[in-house]
Design a protein around this ligand. Structure first.
Ligand code: SF4
Ligand code: SF4
Length: 137
């Protein structure tokens, strides 16, 4: 099985097309939508996790490219190194899913792995490298 976290960027003429449905029904991929922003007549984007065997994954990505959907690949996994974190909260604003959050009572930062979409925005702001891309297994 192959798993990829991707950002799918849909040009305006495709945003009302059932592309996610076709990825599932015609290409045989499992699509777990993590976040989506679609505005009529503008570009839309979706963060999703795609699952399928290697052949289906390749075919599904070709299907998207042929349609004109731009695909950006995200890191598979982000790790939070609690021992390096000084709880400065600089990463909270860029984190789109609140995977990085603060306990207001103690003002300590925490990380919810389940909510993380591996967009890497926190990596750019953390001054202590407390968030990093997990090494490939
Ligand atoms: S990579 Fe960082 S900014 Fe992006 S969702 Fe995960 S914790 Fe939040
Ligand atoms: S930016 Fe880095 S050091 Fe600051 S709270 Fe976030 S993870 Fe911790």
């Amino acid at each position: 099985m192959s798993k990829k976290k991707v950002v799918l960027n849909f040009p305006p003429h495709l945003i009302d097309q059932p592309i996610t449905y076709r990825l599932i029904a015609e290409q045989g991929l499992k699509v777990n939508i993590l976040r989506a922003r679609i505005t009529p007549k503008e570009w839309g984007n979706m963060v999703a996790e795609l699952n399928g065997d290697k052949a289906r994954m390749e075919a599904g990505l070709c299907f998207l490219a042929d349609l004109g959907v731009e695909v950006e690949f995200l890191a598979e996994e982000v790790k939070w190194r609690e021992e390096r974190c000084i709880h400065c909260t600089a990463c909270l604003t860029p984190c789109p899913t609140r995977a990085l959050h603060v306990d207001r009572a103690t003002m300590t930062v925490g990380f919810d792995e389940e909510k993380c979409i591996a967009c890497e925005l926190c990596l750019r702001v953390c001054p202590y490298q407390a968030v990093e891309i997990a090494a490939e297994k």
